[in-house]
Design a protein around this ligand. Structure first.
Ligand code: UDP
Length: 366
């Protein structure tokens, strides 16, 4: 028997693929709802709220796109982000339009031609790479973006300086030598037209899948010691935190409803300067929900503390990865047949498509 612990996007993918090939699957989730952190719901205003923060689907992986598209139609939403920089809203990642917005024209023109000359049109230049440019104008630009967009945001988000954060994280927001101000350039992007919960619900609707919500793994693990387990929670909790807590960043979302049609011009506005929140998300933009009211979340970042808040982002460092590996080793000696997956289970900062891809590959390898 297969037991999938966690009904988020990773768990639901594994469960469905196993069920499709005729295997019985029990899916358990400690929450009273499916979907993990992708869970969304329609509130009393008819606005689809992403309870655990904004999720935008984007991928270049065709098998992933084909798989999820079996369970949903897509609303053709193109994600854009603005940042409040020096009192103005500018496109993030910083691109040629942002440069023209914040600098006087002669300087902006000069920066544009130097970027084009040095990196070429359409290049995404990681901020740390730009910082190493040996040109006074580009040094100035790098310094400006570093201070205005990265430094404080990253310190707020991770509690670390950008240099201390895994380069894979800061490379997510490069300087884009382009006028394309979409956040993602992937071939496929959008929001499930009835929301993520509806999509994941369809994934789990299969005669071979049994779903048990509000069921904690700890309460049932003794019954499944000899089953094949797919575990999407965090490895430290699985092993009773015997080696201490695996570090994660957590977020707190402060939801507010306003009696006005729109609060801000776009779904996500980042606040990279010294506000205590990192970003504000306005949910009605994702599916263009119509309402005289609007709902936004102010997002605050903090370190994860067991029992107080929830783990969201793994913090990649040699020390943390070594602890994670130890936990996996311990788990493999306790459970005969266990696989880890998902952002928490693999302790990797996956986007949704990468989490699904990992689940597809895992099932294919069995
Ligand atoms: N980042 C930043 N300034 C911004 C946006 C992002 O410094 O305005 C950095 C920050 O370190 C952040 C990372 O880039 O954690 C990735 O941000 P993104 O919004 O892509 O991640 P998400 O939190 O949505 O997964």
């Amino acid at each position: 028997m297969n037991v999938v612990v966690g009904s988020g996007i990773s768990g639901a993918t594994v469960a469905r693929l196993l069920a499709d090939r005729g295997e019985k699957v029990l899916v358990i989730d400690q929450k009273p709802h499916i979907g993990g952190n992708c869970y969304d719901y329609y509130d009393e205003n008819g606005i689809c709220i992403h309870k655990y923060g904004p999720h935008i689907f984007h991928t270049d992986l065709e098998p992933v796109w084909m798989f999820v598209s079996r369970f949903t139609d897509w609303y053709p939403y193109m994600h854009k982000v603005l940042g409040m920089v020096d009192g103005q809203l500018v496109p993030i990642p910083f691109n040629l339009k942002s440069i023209h917005k914040v600098f006087p024209q002669s300087l902006a023109d000069r920066l544009e031609s130097k970027l084009l000359e040095r990196f070429g049109f359409n290049r995404k230049v990681p901020i740390l790479e730009l910082r190493q440019a040996n040109d006074p104008d580009l040094d100035f630009l790098a310094d400006y973006i570093y201070k205005k967009v990265f430094l404080i945001y990253t310190m707020k988000q991770w509690g670390l300086k950008p240099e201390e954060v895994d380069p894979g994280v800061t490379a997510r927001v490069p300087v884009y030598v382009s006028r394309d101000d979409r956040y993602f350039q992937n071939r496929w992007q959008g929001i499930p037209s009835e929301g993520y919960t509806a999509m994941i619900k369809r994934m789990l609707e299969h005669e071979n899948i049994e779903l048990r919500l509000s069921t904690s793994w700890k309460d049932v693990e003794d019954q499944h010691l000899n089953d094949r387990i797919f575990y999407t929670g965090s490895a430290d909790l699985l092993m009773y935190r015997k080696l201490g807590d695996l570090p994660y960043r957590s977020i707190k979302l402060d939801f507010k409803t306003f009696k006005k049609e729109y609060f801000q011009p776009i779904a996500v506005v980042n606040y990279p300067e010294n506000y205590d929140f990192t970003r504000i998300c306005e949910y009605k933009y994702f599916l263009d929900d119509r309402s005289p009211n609007t709902v936004v979340s102010f997002e605050y970042s903090s370190s994860y503390e067991y029992g107080k808040n929830a783990p969201y982002y793994p913090i990649k460092s040699d020390k943390n990865l070594a602890m994670y590996d130890e936990y996996v080793k311990m788990a493999k000696s306790r459970f005969k047949d266990i696989y880890f997956l998902g952002r928490l289970g693999d302790y990797k900062y996956y986007d949704m498509d990468k989490a699904i891809d990992r689940a597809i590959q895992l099932v294919a390898s069995l």
